[in-house]
Each structure stands twice: as structure tokens, then as C-alpha cells.
Ligand binder design. Structure first.
Ligand code: ZN
Length: 345
């Protein structure tokens, strides 16, 4: 089948590749419709590796996906040919200790699309377990369906924060993950989100998404703005979604006493961590790695209209222009958030 193949760092080709797949009794076969371009895909393109994961053999990119079921395994229930679906890209070992504990995202044996050596889904079809395939409501488009994957990261962060109705949250970083974290925080009951970034067009977009206070940290001090909004008390929650070492080191400054910090962005380097700054506020610190058991709730929020990801989808390319899409994403203009690729149907 024709797929977008990362041959090695800086070398993509749209070419035929053999991917042997058999449909098991609990699997479905899906014709891909829309695949989002994730920061991780772009990072593999740019450097050929993310931490311990190194691209050693040609690998198909893409893991944020929605499509239509074209074949159903003999034991599959609740899904049928023609269903519009989105898919969870990480498949754990169903018998592992992590999976049995319900923390399947932390299973060391998890196989995740477009994480070496597992192929991604910028290709016409894929076989996938039905248990990790979710039906989309009629009013949720394929493009929105392909946004469930990044949204799930923000929703997992919101779960970890244990939001209480009326909380004020800070989100550091207005990239795709910062934006979906903002949406998840509002859907989870926050009364206001203060979002910080240095790219003004992204902040302007964020300001249209609800009760949001944008802070351009090139011009304004984030902690000053938060303290002013909260009569000097601080934010209930700080979500770190930038991965920026300096920003991540400052998360305790705008935080209220006994507040919660959730680290979502992955810093490229180890960051200095001020334990005493956390101690004096008795900060509760949580970390996010992907997500678990979030898709049905994310899809339900989209279907009910309480959470709208459409404004985040800023650029769409055809499958034949996939390489151009990746070059665009590599040098993302400040007014772009999410790039998606549409496959021929
Ligand atoms: Zn992603």
C-alpha cells in the first residue's frame, strides 16, 4: 500500500510499503480518512529519534487518526462495517500488570503507532483491536475525530488535576497540547484559564475559546497577571504544556497554596526542580504520559457540543501533499495550531 514513510531523519517518501496485517477475531479493518500531524511525528522527521526511541528502519508516520470500518473480525461486538470511528494508537499487552492495574498507558510493552519500530497510519488502511476503536457521533467529523488523540492528553491532565468547579487554571504553552488542555480544563469545570505563550496569534486564538486570559510572557509577567486575577492567592492549578525548561522550572510561582501542578509538556533536557518552592505551598505534583480510558469521555464532550476542537484545526493537506504538510509543520507559522492530512476515499 502507498504510505508516508520516514526513511531516516529529514527523508520522507510517499511510496509503496509492505505491511503484513491479518484480521484477528477481535480486530477491525479501518480505511483511514483523516490523520493529524503531531509534534512527535515532526520530531522524528527532524531528528530521527525521541529519547530512547530511534528510527532504525523505514517507518510510516501518523497516529492521530479517524476513518471508516471496512471489515470486522468474527468476535467483534458493537462495531460494524460503515461505522465512522477514531482509534487509540497505543495497544498494551492485555495481560500485563500495568494493564490489569488500569494504567495501561504505562505498560512497558505498549505498541504505539509511529513510535519505532511500530508503523503509523498515514496509509490507506489499518487493522486495529476493536477495544481501542471508538464510534464517532454523527455530528462529529473525521477531522474532529482525529483530534481526539491530542485532546485525550489534555483530558488526562484535567483528570490528574482533579478540577473542582470554579477553579482557576494556568496553562503554560499555547501549542496543540496547551490548547486541548485549556479546552479540557474549561470542560472540566474551571471558571477561567490563563494561558501563557510568546506567540501572539496563538494567544489571540486561545482567547476565542471561552473565559480565557491570554498572557504574552514576552511582554507581561505571568505570576503578576494571575495574582491580580486572584487577589494575590494564586491559581488552583498550573498545567505545564510547553516543555520549555525555564517555564517548567517556574510552575510554582503562580500557584496557590496547596495547588496542583500537572506536567504535560516533555522537556528535551532534564530541568532544575525547586523542591522548596513546591514545599512552602505544599504543591501536589502530577505527571502525564499519554492517557488511559479517556477516549469515550472526550468523544462524548465533542458530541454534546460542550467541547469544540474545530478552531484548532488550522491547516489541511491532501495525502498526495503529505511531505509538503510535514515541511509546513516543521516551520509552523505562529498562527497555525494543528495540521491534518486527508486520505483519498
Ligand atoms: Zn499526537
Amino acid at each position: 500500500m502507498e504510505a508516508l514513510v520516514l526513511e531516516k531523519a529529514h527523508e520522507l517518501s510517499l511510496r509503496d510499503i509492505q505491511i503484513p496485517e491479518t484480521l484477528g477475531p477481535h480486530d477491525v479493518r479501518i480505511a483511514l480518512h483523516t490523520v493529524g500531524v503531531c509534534g512527535s511525528d515532526v520530531h522524528y522527521y527532524d531528528t530521527g529519534a525521541i529519547g530512547q526511541f530511534v528510527v532504525r528502519e523505514p517507518m510510516v508516520l501518523g497516529h492521530e487518526a479517524a476513518g471508516t470500518i471496512i471489515e470486522v473480525g468474527s468476535d467483534v461486538q458493537g462495531l460494524k462495517v460503515g461505522d465512522r470511528v477514531c482509534m487509540e494508537p497505543g495497544i498494551p499487552d492485555p495481560n500485563s500488570k500495568a494493564t490489569r492495574l488500569g494504567i495501561y498507558n504505562l505498560d512497558p510493552a505498549v505498541r504505539f503507532w509511529a513510535t519505532p519500530p511500530v508503523h503509523g497510519v498515514l496509509r490507506p488502511t489499518v487493522v486495529h483491536p476493536a477495544a481501542f476503536t471508538f464510534k464517532l457521533p454523527d455530528n462529529v467529523s473525521f477531522a474532529e475525530g482525529a483530534m481526539v488523540e491530542p485532546l485525550a492528553v489534555g483530558m488526562h491532565g484535567a483528570n490528574k488535576a482533579q478540577i473542582k468547579p470554579g477553579d482557576l487554571a494556568v496553562v503554560i504553552g499555547a501549542g496543540p497540547i496547551g490548547m486541548v488542555t485549556l479546552l479540557s480544563a474549561l470542560a472540566g469545570g474551571c471558571s477561567r484559564v490563563v494561558i501563557a505563550d510568546v506567540q501572539q496569534p496563538k494567544l489571540d486564538l486561545a482567547a476565542t475559546l471561552g473565559p480565557v486570559t491570554p498572557v504574552n510572557v514576552a511582554q507581561e509577567n505571568l505570576t503578576d497577571v494571575v495574582m491580580k486575577l486572584t487577589d494575590g492567592w494564586g491559581a488552583d492549578i498550573v498545567f505545564e504544556a510547553s516543555g520549555n525548561a525555564k517555564a517548567a522550572a517556574g510552575v510554582f510561582e503562580p500557584l496557590c497554596p496547596a495547588g496542583r501542578v500537572v506536567f504535560i509538556g516533555i522537556p528535551g533536557q532534564p530541568i532544575a526542580f525547586d523542591v522548596s518552592a513546591a514545599q512552602v505551598k505544599e504543591a501536589r505534583i502530577e505527571n502525564v504520559f499519554r492517557y488511559a480510558h479517556v477516549y469515550p469521555r472526550a468523544i462524548a464532550l465533542m458530541g454534546s457540543g460542550l467541547l469544540d476542537v474545530k478552531p484548532l484545526i488550522t491547516n489541511t493537506f491532501g495525502f498526495e501533499d503529505s511531505i509538503a504538510a510535514f515541511d509546513f509543520a516543521l516551520h509552523m507559522p505562529p498562527d497555525s495550531v494543528k495540521v491534518q492530512i486527508t486520505l483519498p476515499q
